[in-house]
Ligand binder design. Structure first.
Ligand code: DX5
Ligand code: ZN
Length: 215
């Protein structure tokens, strides 16, 4: 089943309530981009924002931690999210990090930067729920999709099927109604999209258009 997760990074933070209420019936969850100014060259927001939104929105929250040493923050970020996605490149002991997330009762995902091979996840695939293929260099919304990400999605799908696992493939960065069909055909089923949704005239309708393309 196809899922669309709008990234709140591209929403108007001054009008966050209005921005999120307009998409809550069409989105399958919210994607929270946490950036530390260290793992990525940008600082976004932290758990107080996620908590504030959680208090008013009953939706699935997938938090994408673009932070170094995520282990230090699993406890805190597990409080208001349904799943946590950590970067392969940000921790030396990924197995430990994933187990810490799962011990909190959350779904666990691994994100990989554009240059990182999907085959590095081969042995850990059986303990995770999702792989997030970054199709831009993480740090900012509104960047152009990196084309070779499509081959990574295809290869990952083959690997997951070969192992007969139930791991979903997410894609994040430069996703819009214009490329969603190709990404779906490559094997992705969960789509993170920020600027294409929130910078459009009618964000809810934009989500519906994206879903129409992959029916
Ligand atoms: C990039 C973030 C993405 C970003 C997506 O570092 O992880 O989730 O917000 O934004 P768009 O869809 O504008 O590329
Ligand atoms: Zn993200």
């Amino acid at each position: 089943m196809v899922k669309i997760f709008p990234s709140i990074l591209s929403a108007d933070f001054f009008n966050l309530e209005k921005e999120l209420k307009q998409i809550q019936n069409d989105a399958d969850g919210l994607h929270m981009d946490v950036m530390d100014g260290n793992f990525v060259p940008n600082i976004s927001f932290g758990n107080p924002i996620i908590k504030a939104v959680r208090n008013h929105m009953d939706m699935y929250f997938d938090t994408h931690l673009m932070i170094n040493n995520p282990d230090l923050y699993i406890e805190e970020f597990s409080k208001y999210s349904n799943s946590l996605t950590v970067h392969y490149e940000a921790t030396n002991h990924l197995d430990r990090t994933i187990n810490a997330i799962k011990e909190k009762g959350l779904k666990a995902g691994i994100a990989i930067n554009p240059h990182t091979s999907i085959y590095l996840l081969e042995n850990i695939l059986n303990i995770i729920d999702s792989v997030l293929i970054m199709s831009v260099n993480p740090g900012f919304g509104g960047q152009s999709f990196i084309d070779y990400s499509i081959d990574k999605i295809k290869d990952l799908k083959v690997l997951i099927e070969k192992k007969n696992l139930n791991v979903s493939i997410q894609v994040d960065g430069g996703v819009s109604k214009d490329n969603i069909k190709e990404l779906f055909e490559a094997g992705a089923t969960e789509f993170i999209s920020g600027s294409a949704i929130f910078k459009s005239e009618d964000p809810a309708n934009e989500i519906r258009k994206m879903k129409d393309r992959v029916k």
